[in-house]
Design a protein around this ligand. Structure first.
Ligand code: GLY
Length: 420
């Protein structure tokens, strides 16, 4: 099987690694990729949001499957264009990708499907000051202010400070995007990724992301600073409840609306007193949780993703997983998430436990930082503590001037500080 992966982050690096271990996969290509992927796949240049260009690339490479990593090409209709040319693709069409691309659409689907979620109100750019103030008054004492444009999980401010909430409303409006204010859902967060093929829903292992930049969940939100899987504190029937109460009703509602879902449905949830409630949906694998989840998947990944693309997911045997735990820790550049410095030389990243996110080669051929989140380090082990020890031991051998990482990934779970 010849496969083209679209994307350039650590999530796509993890996908390529998993695909390379599938005996049915003969040939891997990636667009645009990054410096860490060259050993696994042939790198191609291209505008990943251009449906015609991506279709042309897939055709010229004669691939059997295209796997689309990020949301922006999905929302731009790259999957639609590929399917129109008869090319198999893992990832939803544009109308189904609205589950991430339009928070209003997602709320509407959830209301129709009877899925528990936060109450939300929208504020359009240009809304009068009085409306903004009155809307802010209806929320709190913790404000959840979301950029309703595509923000890749990075446009959310959760704050007890009303002035900070107002400042984020103004910043999002200044960028021309609508704002969504939501009630704060209390309880530990769960990311559950489900393979969805029409009404067939197959969950992967549940994971938890760490979104704040600093230890103890301090500092601003980021794209994610680390994750672990599975979740020792989740009730035994937790995954099944999320599937039954959230993912299956949504998948059925999408079919009923004529925008059947095919790909990865990412349910971001808070586990409250009454169980799961949806914080948001994404139309793609999450980053950095995917890096940990795929580290434990034994089922051949290429054949699995192809079965979704072919509409035969329901015929697949149950997924197989390694025992134990996996953890990913993100190494971020100086000043991430504000204005990350790039171009710094990285050493010690040759370890197979290292996945690349924002990396490139400079004119001297040296590996350098090229983004905010630079590397991900994976650790696995029979216990979460073993997985943490493995990841942090590798991190200690990497050098990148000014870089930082959280030292407490999965620590609250290890110390039994998460309860539901
Ligand atoms: N884990 C956050 C995201 O992928 O959006």
């Amino acid at each position: 099987m010849r496969i083209l992966v679209i994307g350039s982050g650590a999530r796509e690096h993890a996908l390529l690694l998993g695909l390379s271990q599938d005996p049915a996969v003969s040939d891997l290509h990636v667009v645009p990729g990054n410096a860490g992927m060259a050993d696994l796949a042939t790198l191609h240049k291209g505008t990943v949001t251009d449906p015609a260009e991506m279709t042309q690339l897939a055709t010229s490479l004669d691939v059997d499957l295209v796997v689309i990593g990020p949301e922006i090409p999905l929302v731009a209709g790259v999957a639609d264009a590929l399917r129109e040319k008869g090319i198999k693709v893992f990832g939803p069409n544009k109308d189904a990708a609205r589950i991430e691309g339009s928070k209003a659409f997602a709320k509407d689907v959830m209301a129709a499907a009877g899925v528990k979620t936060a109450h939300a109100e929208a504020l359009s750019p240009g809304a009068p000051n009085d409306d903004i103030e009155a809307t802010l008054d209806r929320f709190g004492p913790t404000w959840v202010v979301k950029d309703d444009g595509l923000a890749g999980g990075k446009g959310v401010v959760v704050t007890p400070d009303r002035d900070a909430a107002r400042a984020h409303v103004d910043a999002v409006h200044a960028a021309g995007n609508p704002v969504l204010l939501e009630t704060f859902l209390d309880g530990p967060e769960v990311s559950l990724f489900c393979l969805v093929d029409g009404e067939t829903v197959v969950p992967l292992l549940p994971a938890q992301d760490h979104k704040r930049v600093g230890n103890n969940d301090e500092g601003p939100n980021t794209g994610g600073m680390g994750a672990y899987t599975p979740l020792p504190w989740l009730p035994e029937d937790g995954v099944q409840r999320i599937v039954d109460e959230v993912c299956v009703p949504v998948a059925k509602e999408m079919v009923a609306r004529g925008c059947s879902y095919s790909g990865l449905l990412y349910a971001g949830l808070a586990w409250g007193q009454d169980g799961p409630a949806v914080v948001e949906f994404n139309c793609r694998f999450g980053d950095p949780e995917t890096q940990a989840v795929l580290a434990l998947l034994k089922t051949p990944l290429g054949q699995l993703l192809a079965s979704v693309a072919e509409g035969t997911l329901a015929e697949q045997p149950p997924l197989e997983w390694e025992d134990g735990y996996a953890l990913t820790v993100v190494l971020a550049a100086q000043n991430y998430p504000d204005s990350p410095r790039t171009g710094d030389v990285i050493t010690g990243a040759e370890n197979p436990a290292v996945l690349h996110a924002g990396t490139a080669r400079n004119a001297n051929g040296e590996l350098v930082s090229a983004g905010g989140r630079v590397l991900n380090v994976i650790g696995t082990g029979p216990t979460l503590t073993d997985a943490r020890d493995a990841a942090y031991a590798v991190l200690g051998t990497i050098s990148l001037d000014g870089s930082h990482y959280r030292s407490d990934i999965a620590l609250p779970a290890v110390e039994g500080r998460i309860s539901v």
